[in-house]
Design a protein around this ligand. Structure first.
Ligand code: SF4
Ligand code: SF4
Length: 104
């Protein structure tokens, strides 16, 4: 989830009608950069502590609310993992995820 995005791409994609990067891979929402206090702020129901990442159902993060490509939100937005904060609309990871869901 890295890569800079040109300004026009940043404004073109709307995360609240997407959610593709939150449903792309169970390996993406990792909890490797957080300290214990930051992890503890995330409700245990959404964490997979044994795997060091967010709990997922298939490839979809358990904290994702809504329907991918229609309307989505993050149930733990204020305390979401650092990798989620680093993912920017229009960056490489964003484009890969959107492509899987046919979002172009
Ligand atoms: S894939 Fe891109 S547009 Fe979609 S939610 Fe993630 S960052 Fe936002
Ligand atoms: S924690 Fe939130 S932002 Fe991160 S993958 Fe899950 S739903 Fe998406």
């Amino acid at each position: 989830m890295t890569g800079a995005a040109p300004p026009d791409e940043v404004t073109r994609y709307d995360c609240q009608s997407c959610g593709a990067c939150c449903s792309y891979s169970r390996d993406w929402p990792r909890l490797t950069l957080e300290d214990d206090a930051a992890i503890a702020r995330i409700s245990a129901e959404f964490r997979d502590d044994d795997s060091g990442r967010m709990r997922c159902e298939g490839d979809r993060c358990a904290a994702l609310v809504g329907t991918v490509g229609v309307s989505t939100s993050c149930a733990i937005y204020a305390v979401r993992p650092e990798v989620c904060r680093a993912c920017l609309p229009g960056d490489d990871a964003c484009r890969i995820a959107r492509e899987r869901f046919g979002l172009g």
